[in-house]
Design a binder for this molecule. Structure first.
Ligand code: SR1
Ligand code: MG
Length: 409
């Protein structure tokens, strides 16, 4: 990876397609060993809530992607400013990930902190998993790969694997206050009171008012928020949902790591599984006869099983600090409870919060859409209430399955 030398008078400017093409044409991987890439074209394809993403192709046949941070939240506009330093933090996270699970993250070729951008591998051969799920496509390696990414990158960056000084230096290097605040607010606070950022259809308001009065759910979300804010356990991706994973039948890549920070190990896996559950509920509500919903449910289950198995093996084999068997069981149970709780909060916020999802919003028929949303809200609330006392993650899975009308064992 090549880093751009600091040029003091060159100020940050958001790129347009022609500026992105010109920028990339002069840098790796398009400008390769001094060779001319020929005509270069850029297409802005960013469909996320925060950044610009360009796919850049050249006459020479080489291509790449350029990701640049905007100084505000794209979803909302310039009225919500946001640090562009998140781009350097995301790249730093990829550096760490590529030392642990190189096959599961994009390769980064070039970075420019002043322009808050980096150039990485073009992944347009793969699909964003959320989009594929909405079209009824699943990828066979998804559960295992996402579970491997989460378990390996988190357990190898926590105190079981890192010497105490090294761990604390890494925690300091990965502080990410602005992006964490987005999650603290949008995932773990606003959905749990009548906040202006929520978008609640009138038919769903009674369910939300009940949730706001439910002391078990409120206690649970307060505990989760406390854990998210205070427990610097391991390097999290911080936004690991189906829109942050790209895949096909053969490979999986985890992207959009700008929310990375040191937080509680259960958060990422809970978020990812929640988004699979949302997809399964949306499909089951729309087409109850179609087996696809059941297949997505099974992937959620597999994700947890693969994650728990790998965490257990990694912790049992840890070089710095090895938990004995009884403590390991307690650790895994605590992870299952927290993951189920975080999943509940994520299901609720993706249904009525600021950043909702295509799985639900894309259901064309209003009555069906409202039924699906009522089911994701009910499942989220049940997870919040029951997660502190479950004895295995399977109980959370059954709870969601039953709520969705799927008889899952
Ligand atoms: C204002 S940003 C909204 C959401 O988009 C990101 O992908 C995160 O999920 C965040 O909560
Ligand atoms: Mg994102």
């Amino acid at each position: 990876m090549v880093s751009e030398p600091a040029v003091p008078d060159r100020q940050y400017a958001a790129l347009d397609e022609s500026a992105a093409a010109a920028y990339a044409a002069a840098r790796p991987p398009l400008r390769h060993g001094g060779g001319d890439p020929g005509e270069v074209r850029a297409r802005e394809v960013g469909d996320g809530n925060l950044n610009l993403v360009f796919i850049i192709t050249s006459q020479s046949g080489r291509s790449c992607a350029l990701k640049q941070a905007l100084p505000y939240v794209r979803l909302v506009g310039e009225s919500w400013p946001l640090t562009i330093q998140r781009n350097a933090l995301e790249r730093h996270a990829y550096e760490i990930y590529s030392s642990i699970t190189p096959d599961l993250v994009p390769r980064v070729y070039h970075a420019d902190e002043r322009q808050a951008l980096f150039i990485m591998e073009d992944l347009s051969r793969l699909r964003i998993v959320r989009g594929a799920l909405t079209e009824g496509r699943l990828f066979p390696r998804l559960a295992e790969d996402v579970a491997r990414f989460a378990a390996e990158t988190m357990i190898r960056t926590c105190d079981f694997y890192l010497d105490s000084g090294e761990k604390k230096r890494l925690v300091a290097r990965c502080v990410n206050p602005e992006l964490c605040k987005i999650t603290e607010d949008l995932v773990l606070t606003d959905p749990f009171f009548d906040a202006p950022s929520n978008q609640i259809e009138p038919e769903l308001r009674p369910a939300m008012e009940e949730l706001w009065q439910d002391t078990r759910a409120q206690d649970s979300v307060a505990r989760l928020r406390h854990a998210f804010v205070t427990r610097a356990e391991a390097l999290l991706h911080g936004d690991l949902h189906s829109g942050s994973v790209m895949a096909d039948r053969e490979e999986t890549k985890i992207v959009d790591a700008e929310f990375a920070f040191f937080g509680p190990v259960a958060f990422d896996i809970g978020m990812f599984i929640a988004n699979l559950w949302i997809s399964a509920i949306a499909h089951h509500t729309t087409h109850p006869e179609n087996p696809f919903a059941r297949a997505v449910f099974a992937q959620a289950d597999d994700t947890w099983r693969c994650f728990a198995a790998r965490v257990e093996a990694l912790v049992a084999d840890a070089p710095i600090w090895r938990l004995p068997a009884g403590a390991r069981r307690e650790y895994l149970l605590a992870l299952a409870r927290d993951a189920a709780g975080f999943a509940g909060a994520e299901m609720i916020r993706r249904t009525i919060g600021l950043a909702r999802v295509a799985d639900l919003e894309g259901i064309a028929d209003r009555a069906t859409r409202l039924r699906a949303k009522a089911a994701t809200l009910a499942a989220g609330r049940a997870l919040l209430c029951e997660s502190p006392t479950i004895d295995a993650f399977r109980e959370a899975h059954r709870l969601v399955g039953r709520g969705a009308g799927l008889d899952v064992r």
